[in-house]
Design a protein around this ligand. Structure first.
Ligand code: PLP
Length: 427
C-alpha cells in the first residue's frame, strides 16, 4: 500500500493489506456497537466468542481444512511451536507405543526418534530446540551439506530415511519448514511418508495462505501470524484430531506445559487463558479480505486478479506467482544482481533473496568485495529514498531480500523492478 508511496518489503512483521488497516481503523474505538475497543472486551463475551469462531471458520474455508482437524490460536510465535511440536507429538507417540507394545512400550520418551529436514535457518533452529529439550533428533536431510549452501531442496530420494521397521525406530514425526524466510527456499513438493502413521509437521509461518495446500497430508501445520496473516503475537496451529494427546505429567511421562498443550487449547476452543484478541481480530479481517475478491482487487488497483472467478487462496496464489516470476526474471536478466537460490524449482515466491556484484555477469574482471559492498549500500539507501523499505537481507546472511507476501501488490513489485533497472543504468 503506497502510503506516501512507501512499499514494505520486510520479512516480518510484514505488510498488512491496506483495506484491512482501514477497516480496523474505522472499528477501533467501537467494536460492533459495543462501545468498547476489541482490546477491552472480555474474552468470555459473546462478541469475542463469535469473532473467535468466525476466524476459525474463515481459515477453514480458505484452506479447505477437513473436519477432523482443529484450528488453534496460540501465543509465543514460531519459536514456541518449535518446542510445542516436540512435546505434543512425543506424548502422542509414547501413548501409541504403549498401546501397541504394552509395558514394553513405556520406555523413556526421549529415546523416541524425531526426524527433521534442514533446508534453512528456521528448520535448523527447530532442530536446535528439539535437541535442547533432549529429543532424539535425526536429520534426514541437510540441504546445506548436500548442496554446499541453503540453495535448494535435495530430492527426496537422497534423504536418509530409516528402513528399520521396528517400533523403536519409528519417528514421532517428520518435520520440515515449507518456506525458509531467511534463505528464500520454498518446498516445491510435499514430502511423502514412509508409513501412514508418521505425522508430517510443517512450519508454514511465511507462506501459509500464499498457495493451496492439501491439509489432509499433514499431522500439524503451524504458522506465526506476522507474515501472511496479521500482527505478531498469534500463532495458528492446525492439528489432526487423533494426534491430540494430553500430557500424562501426573504419571511422570511426557511433561507438556499446559500453554503448549494442543489438547488443552483444543478443548477450550483457544480460550484456555486470555488470547491475543487484537491479533486474532486483525487476522480475521485479513481472512475476510482474502475471501473477498473485490477487496483484493481494490488492493491491486487497476491490476485486477487474472480470473474474475477466483477468490481466496486461489486468487492470491495466481497473483503471487505473477509477482515472483516477474521479479526473478528481472533479476536473471540484470547484469549486477544474483539470485541466491540456484534450484529454480525451490525459489521462494514469498522471500526473494539476491545479492549485488559490481563485476557484471560474464565479465573476466576479478571480484572486488569492497566494490560489491559499496554498491549494495548504495542500492539499499537509494531504495529507501524511493520508499522501497526493509530490503536488507536477514542479519545472519546479509544481501538483499524482497519479501512479497499476499499483501504486497503487483504495483509494488513493478515499482521495485523499475528501480532495479534504473539502478543498473547508473553503472
Ligand atoms: N519459522 C519461520 C519460517 C520464520 O520465518 C520465523 C520468523 O521469521 C520463525 C519460525 C520464528 O518465528 P517467531 O519470531 O514468531 O518466533
Amino acid at each position: 500500500h503506497a502510503v506516501n508511496h512507501k512499499w514494505n518489503f520486510g520479512a516480518g512483521p510484514a505488510m498488512i493489506p491496506r483495506p484491512v488497516l482501514e477497516r480496523a481503523q474505522a472499528e477501533f474505538l467501537d467494536y460492533q456497537g459495543t462501545g468498547l475497543s476489541i482490546m477491552e472486551l472480555s474474552h468470555r463475551s459473546a462478541p469475542y466468542e463469535q469473532l473467535n469462531n468466525r476466524a476459525q471458520d474463515q481459515l477453514r474455508t480458505l484452506l479447505s481444512i477437513p473436519a477432523n482437524y482443529k484450528i488453534l490460536f496460540m501465543q509465543g510465535g514460531g519459536h514456541t511451536q518449535f518446542a510445542a511440536v516436540v512435546y505434543n507429538l512425543l506424548a502422542w507417540r509414547h501413548r501409541q507405543n504403549k498401546a501397541e507394545k504394552g509395558e514394553a512400550g513405556q520406555g523413556d520418551w526421549r529415546a523416541i526418534p524425531v526426524d527433521y529436514v534442514v533446508s534453512g535457518s528456521w528448520s535448523a533452529k527447530a532442530v536446535e530446540e528439539a535437541q535442547r529439550l533432549g529429543a532424539n533428533v535425526r536429520v534426514v536431510c541437510d540441504a546445506k551439506k548436500a548442496l554446499g549452501g541453503f540453495k535448494g531442496i535435495p530430492a527426496e530420494s537422497t534423504w536418509v530415511r530409516s528402513t528399520d521397521p521396528t517400533l523403536d525406530s519409528k519417528p514421532a514425526y517428520l518435520y520440515y519448514c515449507d518456506n525458509e524466510t531467511v534463505n528464500g527456499v520454498e518446498f516445491p513438493f510435499v514430502p511423502s511418508l514412509q508409513g501412514k502413521d508418521i505425522p508430517l509437521v510443517c512450519d508454514m509461518s511465511s507462506n501459509i495462505l500464499s498457495r493451496k495446500v492439501d491439509v489432509s497430508k499433514f499431522g500439524v501445520i503451524y504458522a506465526g501470524a506476522q507474515k501472511n496473516i496479521g500482527p505478531a503475537g498469534v500463532s495458528v496451529v492446525i492439528v489432526r484430531e487423533d494426534l491430540l494427546e494430553t500430557s500424562e505429567s501426573k504419571n511422570g511421562l511426557v511433561p507438556v506445559p499446559l500453554m503448549l498443550d494442543y489438547k488443552t487449547m483444543a478443548k477450550n476452543n483457544s480460550l484456555y487463558n486470555t488470547p491475543p484478541m487484537f491479533g486474532i481480530y486483525i487476522s480475521s479481517l485479513v481472512f475476510d479480505w482474502l475471501l473477498n475478491v473485490e477487496a483484493q482487487r481494490i488492493q491491486d488497483g487497476q491490476q485486477a486478479v487474472a480470473n474474475d472467478q477466483t477468490v481466496g487462496v486461489e486468487a492470491a496464489e495466481a497473483r503471487n506467482k505473477r509477482k515472483a516470476e516477474k521479479l526473478y526474471t528481472a533479476l536473471e536478466e540484470s547484469r549486477f544482481f544474483h539470485i541466491v537460490v540456484s534450484d529454480k524449482a525451490a525459489r521462494s515466491k514469498m522471500n526473494v533473496t539476491f545479492t549485488i556484484s559490481a563485476t557484471p555477469k560474464g565479465s573476466d574482471a576479478a571480484v572486488d568485495k569492497e566494490a560489491d559492498k559499496a554498491m549494495e549500500k548504495a542500492f539499499l539507501s537509494q531504495a529507501e529514498e524511493r520508499g522501497l523499505l526493509q530490503l536488507p537481507g536477514h542479519r545472519s546472511v546479509g544481501g538483499i531480500r524482497a519479501s512479497i507476501y499476499n499483501a504486497m501488490t503487483e504495483e509494488g513489485v513493478d515499482v521495485l523492478i523499475a528501480f532495479l533497472k534504473e539502478f543498473e543504468q547508473q553503472y
